[in-house]
Design a protein around this ligand. Structure first.
Ligand SMILES: [Zn+2]
Ligand SMILES: [Zn+2]
Length: 170
């Protein structure tokens, strides 16, 4: 995700478009390996203000994950946008929120992944209507209803029944 900015460095204040498409290498995030699927996309503009670059970008990436309800593997696609500034690495200080660049190239990789992981949801579901697994027998309820639910109702019903009977006896 490297963008050549030699033109922009000479034309302060003028926005330049850029576009990148490619495959992403697996990344480690929160102790887990995130594997990407297909082609990721990044497009936007960069403009030089005489000291820093401002990059406005729209991005899209798909990754492998599992459904939080049924546990089946699935692919989640994230679309996100971000706005970041870049400063020549020799001018970068510890506590600025700028990304460093060198020469006449901006490497957007770090900014891309930082923003991707900010957008990544804690949990994903394969479908809003996913029924998940039965908490009792672990059956995938998307494949059909197991017999646990009826048994629970029966159990509650007979408990109620014996309660009523107890009352009768008093
Ligand atoms: Zn699911
Ligand atoms: Zn069950």
């Amino acid at each position: 995700m490297i963008v050549s900015v030699n033109e922009a460095l000479r034309r302060v204040g003028e926005p330049f478009p850029f576009q990148w498409e490619g495959e992403l290498k697996p990344q480690t995030y929160a102790g887990e390996t995130v594997t990407f699927v297909g082609t990721a996309k990044l497009a936007g503009t960069y403009v030089y203000d005489g000291k820093t670059f401002r990059v406005d970008a729209e991005a899209e990436a798909s990754y492998e994950t599992t459904c939080a309800r049924c546990g089946r593997p699935m692919v989640e696609t994230l679309s996100f946008s971000f706005s970041e500034r870049f400063v020549r690495s020799v001018f970068k200080t510890e506590d600025d929120e700028l990304y460093p660049y060198e020469g006449e190239k901006l490497d957007l990789t770090e900014a891309f992944f930082d923003n991707l992981f900010l957008e990544m949801p804690m949990t994903t579901v394969c479908s809003e209507s996913c029924k998940g697994l039965c908490p009792v027998c672990g059956a995938d309820l998307n494949q059909g209803q197991c017999s646990c639910l009826t048994q629970n109702i029966d159990a509650r019903f007979s408990a109620l029944e014996s309660l009523l009977n107890d009352h009768k006896e008093v």
